[in-house]
Design a protein around this ligand. Sequence first.
Ligand code: ITT
Length: 196
Amino acid sequence: LRVVVATSNPGKVTEIREALSGLGWDLLALDDASLPTITLPEETGTTYEENAALKACAAALQSGLPALADDSGLEVSALNGDPGVFSARFGNLDSATARNVHLLEQLRGKKDRAAKFVSVLLLAYPDGHLESYRGEVAGEILEGPRGEAGFGYDPLFLLPDGRSMAELSVQEKRAVSHRGRALEALKAAHAAGAPE
Ligand code: ITT
Protein backbone atom coordinates (compact mmCIF):
# COMPACT_ATOMS: atom_id res chain seq x y z
CA LEU A 1 0.00 0.00 0.00
CA ARG A 2 1.39 3.43 -0.96
CA VAL A 3 0.54 6.00 1.72
CA VAL A 4 1.40 9.71 1.73
CA VAL A 5 2.77 10.99 5.04
CA ALA A 6 1.00 14.36 5.13
CA THR A 7 3.36 16.39 7.29
CA SER A 8 5.96 19.08 6.73
CA ASN A 9 7.75 18.01 9.94
CA PRO A 10 10.70 15.66 9.18
CA GLY A 11 10.75 14.46 12.81
CA LYS A 12 7.23 13.13 12.44
CA VAL A 13 8.15 11.37 9.18
CA THR A 14 11.06 9.62 10.91
CA GLU A 15 8.91 8.48 13.84
CA ILE A 16 6.03 7.31 11.62
CA ARG A 17 8.36 5.34 9.34
CA GLU A 18 10.14 3.70 12.27
CA ALA A 19 6.93 2.69 14.03
CA LEU A 20 5.13 1.37 10.95
CA SER A 21 8.08 -0.40 9.31
CA GLY A 22 6.52 -3.81 10.02
CA LEU A 23 3.38 -3.11 7.98
CA GLY A 24 5.14 -3.23 4.62
CA TRP A 25 3.59 0.06 3.52
CA ASP A 26 5.43 2.41 1.19
CA LEU A 27 5.35 5.63 3.26
CA LEU A 28 5.93 8.57 0.94
CA ALA A 29 7.14 11.94 2.22
CA LEU A 30 5.54 15.03 0.65
CA ASP A 31 8.65 15.72 -1.44
CA ASP A 32 8.65 12.19 -2.94
CA ALA A 33 9.46 12.51 -6.66
CA SER A 34 6.51 10.27 -7.63
CA LEU A 35 3.96 12.63 -6.06
CA PRO A 36 2.34 15.74 -7.51
CA THR A 37 2.95 18.96 -5.56
CA ILE A 38 0.84 18.68 -2.41
CA THR A 39 -0.09 21.80 -0.44
CA LEU A 40 -1.20 21.31 3.16
CA PRO A 41 -4.05 23.62 4.22
CA GLU A 42 -4.06 26.19 6.99
CA GLU A 43 -4.92 24.53 10.31
CA THR A 44 -8.19 26.30 11.02
CA GLY A 45 -9.72 23.57 13.21
CA THR A 46 -10.25 23.82 16.95
CA THR A 47 -9.35 20.20 17.73
CA TYR A 48 -6.43 17.89 16.88
CA GLU A 49 -8.92 15.62 15.05
CA GLU A 50 -10.16 18.44 12.84
CA ASN A 51 -6.69 19.68 11.96
CA ALA A 52 -5.38 16.18 11.28
CA ALA A 53 -8.39 15.54 9.03
CA LEU A 54 -7.79 18.80 7.14
CA LYS A 55 -4.18 17.77 6.43
CA ALA A 56 -4.88 14.11 5.60
CA CYS A 57 -7.90 14.82 3.37
CA ALA A 58 -6.06 17.52 1.43
CA ALA A 59 -3.14 15.17 0.77
CA ALA A 60 -5.44 12.26 -0.19
CA LEU A 61 -7.40 14.43 -2.62
CA GLN A 62 -4.30 15.96 -4.21
CA SER A 63 -2.42 12.65 -4.56
CA GLY A 64 -5.23 10.15 -5.15
CA LEU A 65 -3.57 7.98 -2.47
CA PRO A 66 -4.39 7.23 1.17
CA ALA A 67 -2.74 9.87 3.37
CA LEU A 68 -1.68 9.82 7.02
CA ALA A 69 -1.50 13.08 9.01
CA ASP A 70 -0.57 13.80 12.63
CA ASP A 71 -1.81 16.74 14.62
CA SER A 72 -0.24 17.07 18.01
CA GLY A 73 0.39 19.43 20.86
CA LEU A 74 1.64 20.06 24.35
CA GLU A 75 -0.94 20.75 27.09
CA VAL A 76 0.42 22.43 30.22
CA SER A 77 -1.69 22.33 33.40
CA ALA A 78 -0.51 25.66 34.82
CA LEU A 79 -1.40 27.29 31.47
CA ASN A 80 -4.91 25.79 31.49
CA GLY A 81 -4.01 23.30 28.77
CA ASP A 82 -2.24 25.78 26.48
CA PRO A 83 -0.66 25.79 23.96
CA GLY A 84 -2.62 22.64 22.94
CA VAL A 85 -3.78 22.75 19.30
CA PHE A 86 -1.85 26.01 18.92
CA SER A 87 1.49 24.45 19.92
CA ALA A 88 3.09 25.10 16.51
CA ARG A 89 2.41 28.85 16.86
CA PHE A 90 2.91 29.29 20.64
CA GLY A 91 3.70 32.94 21.38
CA ASN A 92 3.36 33.61 17.64
CA LEU A 93 6.95 32.39 17.37
CA ASP A 94 8.43 30.76 14.27
CA SER A 95 11.25 28.68 15.74
CA ALA A 96 11.06 25.75 18.12
CA THR A 97 13.90 27.19 20.20
CA ALA A 98 12.06 30.50 20.64
CA ARG A 99 8.85 28.66 21.60
CA ASN A 100 10.77 26.66 24.20
CA VAL A 101 12.22 29.86 25.70
CA HIS A 102 8.71 31.31 25.73
CA LEU A 103 7.34 28.23 27.52
CA LEU A 104 10.03 28.49 30.21
CA GLU A 105 9.18 32.17 30.68
CA GLN A 106 5.46 31.42 31.00
CA LEU A 107 6.23 28.85 33.70
CA ARG A 108 8.83 30.84 35.63
CA GLY A 109 8.16 30.53 39.36
CA LYS A 110 5.29 28.07 38.86
CA LYS A 111 5.34 24.99 41.08
CA ASP A 112 2.90 22.98 38.97
CA ARG A 113 4.97 21.71 36.01
CA ALA A 114 2.53 18.98 34.91
CA ALA A 115 1.99 18.60 31.16
CA LYS A 116 1.01 16.09 28.54
CA PHE A 117 1.70 15.49 24.88
CA VAL A 118 -1.21 14.51 22.64
CA SER A 119 -1.04 13.06 19.12
CA VAL A 120 -3.94 12.37 16.79
CA LEU A 121 -3.26 10.36 13.64
CA LEU A 122 -5.74 10.57 10.82
CA LEU A 123 -5.67 8.15 7.90
CA ALA A 124 -7.78 9.41 5.00
CA TYR A 125 -8.59 7.40 1.88
CA PRO A 126 -9.39 9.05 -1.46
CA ASP A 127 -12.95 7.66 -1.24
CA GLY A 128 -13.53 9.71 1.92
CA HIS A 129 -13.14 6.90 4.46
CA LEU A 130 -11.39 8.14 7.65
CA GLU A 131 -9.69 6.39 10.56
CA SER A 132 -8.30 8.16 13.63
CA TYR A 133 -6.05 7.12 16.49
CA ARG A 134 -5.06 9.10 19.60
CA GLY A 135 -2.15 8.75 22.00
CA GLU A 136 -1.10 10.73 25.09
CA VAL A 137 1.81 10.78 27.53
CA ALA A 138 2.02 12.59 30.87
CA GLY A 139 5.14 14.30 32.14
CA GLU A 140 6.53 17.58 33.50
CA ILE A 141 8.14 20.67 32.05
CA LEU A 142 11.83 20.94 33.00
CA GLU A 143 13.50 24.18 34.15
CA GLY A 144 15.80 24.06 31.12
CA PRO A 145 16.46 21.98 27.99
CA ARG A 146 18.03 18.52 28.20
CA GLY A 147 19.00 16.21 25.32
CA GLU A 148 19.62 16.60 21.59
CA ALA A 149 17.28 14.05 20.00
CA GLY A 150 13.67 14.43 18.87
CA PHE A 151 12.23 17.83 17.97
CA GLY A 152 10.01 20.66 19.19
CA TYR A 153 9.27 20.62 22.91
CA ASP A 154 11.11 17.30 23.53
CA PRO A 155 14.11 18.87 25.39
CA LEU A 156 11.74 20.41 27.97
CA PHE A 157 9.55 17.34 28.55
CA LEU A 158 10.49 15.20 31.56
CA LEU A 159 9.22 11.61 31.60
CA PRO A 160 8.36 9.73 34.81
CA ASP A 161 11.60 7.68 34.47
CA GLY A 162 13.72 10.86 34.89
CA ARG A 163 14.81 11.23 31.27
CA SER A 164 13.76 14.02 28.96
CA MET A 165 12.01 13.10 25.71
CA ALA A 166 15.06 14.46 23.84
CA GLU A 167 17.31 11.95 25.60
CA LEU A 168 15.56 9.03 23.89
CA SER A 169 16.38 7.31 20.61
CA VAL A 170 13.61 7.10 18.00
CA GLN A 171 12.91 3.53 19.15
CA GLU A 172 12.77 4.53 22.82
CA LYS A 173 10.55 7.50 22.05
CA ARG A 174 8.12 5.24 20.17
CA ALA A 175 7.77 2.97 23.19
CA VAL A 176 6.64 5.77 25.52
CA SER A 177 5.42 8.72 23.50
CA HIS A 178 2.01 10.07 22.53
CA ARG A 179 2.77 9.48 18.83
CA GLY A 180 4.19 6.02 19.52
CA ARG A 181 0.97 5.05 21.28
CA ALA A 182 -1.24 6.35 18.48
CA LEU A 183 0.96 4.60 15.91
CA GLU A 184 0.76 1.36 17.89
CA ALA A 185 -3.05 1.51 17.73
CA LEU A 186 -2.96 2.17 13.98
CA LYS A 187 -0.53 -0.68 13.51
CA ALA A 188 -2.67 -3.11 15.51
CA ALA A 189 -5.71 -2.21 13.40
CA HIS A 190 -3.78 -2.91 10.19
CA ALA A 191 -1.65 -5.87 11.25
CA ALA A 192 -1.90 -9.12 9.30
CA GLY A 193 -5.48 -10.22 8.96
CA ALA A 194 -7.06 -6.80 9.41
CA PRO A 195 -8.67 -5.34 6.28
CA GLU A 196 -6.74 -2.59 4.53
P1 ITT B 1 2.66 19.40 10.34
O1 ITT B 1 1.43 20.22 10.71
O2 ITT B 1 3.14 19.71 8.95
O3 ITT B 1 2.47 17.94 10.58
P2 ITT B 1 3.86 20.67 12.67
O4 ITT B 1 5.19 20.49 13.32
O5 ITT B 1 3.41 22.09 12.40
O6 ITT B 1 3.88 19.82 11.32
P3 ITT B 1 1.49 20.40 14.36
O7 ITT B 1 0.68 21.38 13.57
O8 ITT B 1 0.82 19.14 14.80
O9 ITT B 1 2.79 19.92 13.54
O10 ITT B 1 2.08 21.17 15.61
C1 ITT B 1 2.56 20.46 16.69
C2 ITT B 1 3.47 21.32 17.54
O11 ITT B 1 3.80 20.56 18.71
C3 ITT B 1 4.80 21.64 16.85
O12 ITT B 1 5.31 22.86 17.37
C4 ITT B 1 5.68 20.48 17.26
O13 ITT B 1 7.06 20.80 17.29
C5 ITT B 1 5.15 20.15 18.66
N1 ITT B 1 5.23 18.69 18.84
C6 ITT B 1 4.42 17.76 18.27
N2 ITT B 1 4.83 16.54 18.56
C7 ITT B 1 5.93 16.67 19.30
C8 ITT B 1 6.84 15.75 19.86
O14 ITT B 1 6.71 14.45 19.67
N3 ITT B 1 7.86 16.23 20.56
C9 ITT B 1 8.02 17.56 20.74
N4 ITT B 1 7.24 18.50 20.21
C10 ITT B 1 6.19 18.05 19.50
